[in-house]
Design a protein around this ligand. Structure first.
Ligand SMILES: NC(=O)c1ccc[n+]([C@@H]2O[C@H](COP(=O)([O-])OP(=O)(O)OC[C@H]3O[C@@H](n4cnc5c(N)ncnc54)[C@H](OP(=O)(O)O)[C@@H]3O)[C@@H](O)[C@H]2O)c1
Length: 251
């Protein structure tokens, strides 16, 4: 089977390309670095020729409200139009658990726009909604930091290792289109603020997390339901401790 992974050089994309290649499929890692750009259209038609499955795990270089909306709309329109011409049989996209509940945020409005374009495209599709990757903890902490203080919501979330996300997306890519959403998550529901503190402590980082119910996540005031997947979610095994021991340690 020929599978094109858009964003194939990224955190999820690179692991997905390895997994699918090891399983014997013809896999193309497509991204601007390899001459395929879903914003300009460069390389799309040539790369998608004779492709059965497209997995979109690209991300916007900017998370600023207008820029991220422009990215996911333009990228989605160009990609889906090229897939229709090429006769692609299954489109898979990676999005985020709770996207529909997080619409106060520009990033999540853009992810919703991406999903809506897919649903309206007529191409058989599967959307995987993942919880936050453990690898993203640093990215959650950085914008919440002021000096030595990190102000984060104590709301529950259920983070997952990127390796498990790649496994889940690979399985979906090799299966029949579900024409709906599959939710995936990690094994434990934990407080965002508490896990962030644990992560900082393990990294010998002196910053202190203040659990603040008024602290916004991507502009959204969280409750304990917003980031947590539903009862039908597929739950993966790698927990924080098992993930952490396998991370490259800073010198
Ligand atoms: N972070 C989380 O916790 C989380 C949770 C759930 C879902 N997600 C979703 O997971 C997806 C993948 O995230 P990630 O962290 O793996 O992303 P990432 O590591 O930031 O990688 C982004 C990829 O997008 C590619 N890209 C950027 N602009 C492009 C363009 N114009 N055309 C084609 N490709 C382009 C990049 O290519 P170059 O390297 O060539 O620039 C790179 O391969 C995102 O859609 C995100 O919404 C994230």
């Amino acid at each position: 089977m020929k599978i094109v992974v858009i964003g194939g050089s990224g955190l999820i994309g690179s692991q997905l390309v390895n997994k699918l290649t090891q399983l014997g499929h013809e896999v193309i890692a497509a991204s601007p670095a390899t001459g395929v750009n879903t914003i300009t259209g460069e390389g799309l038609a040539e790369t998608l020729k004779d492709t059965d499955v497209v997995v979109d795990v690209a991300n916007s270089p900017s998370f600023e409200d207008a820029a991220v909306m422009e990215f996911f709309k333009t990228s989605g329109k160009n990609l889906l139009a090229a897939e229709i011409v090429a006769g692609v049989k299954h489109h898979i996209a990676l999005s985020v658990v709770g996207t529909n509940r997080l619409q106060e945020s520009g990033y999540f409005r853009a992810k919703q726009a991406q999903e809506d374009l897919i649903k309206a495209s007529g191409i058989p599709y599967s959307i995987v909604h993942s919880t936050q990757f453990f690898e993203f903890l640093g990215g959650i902490i950085a914008p919440a930091t002021e000096g030595e203080i990190v102000r984060l919501s104590p709301a529950l979330f259920q983070p997952i290792a990127s390796a498990d996300v790649a496994t889940a997306v690979a399985e979906v890519a090799l299966g029949a289109p579900i024409n709906g959403i599959l939710e995936i998550g990690g094994p434990d529901k934990v407080s965002l603020a508490a896990l962030a503190q644990k992560y900082l402590d393990k990294n010998n980082d002196s910053r202190k997390v203040v659990a603040d119910t008024n602290a916004r996540y991507y502009g959204v005031l969280l409750n304990d339901q917003m980031l947590v997947p539903g009862d039908d979610a597929k739950i993966f095994k790698i927990d924080f401790e098992n993930w952490y021991v396998n991370q490259p340690k800073k010198a």
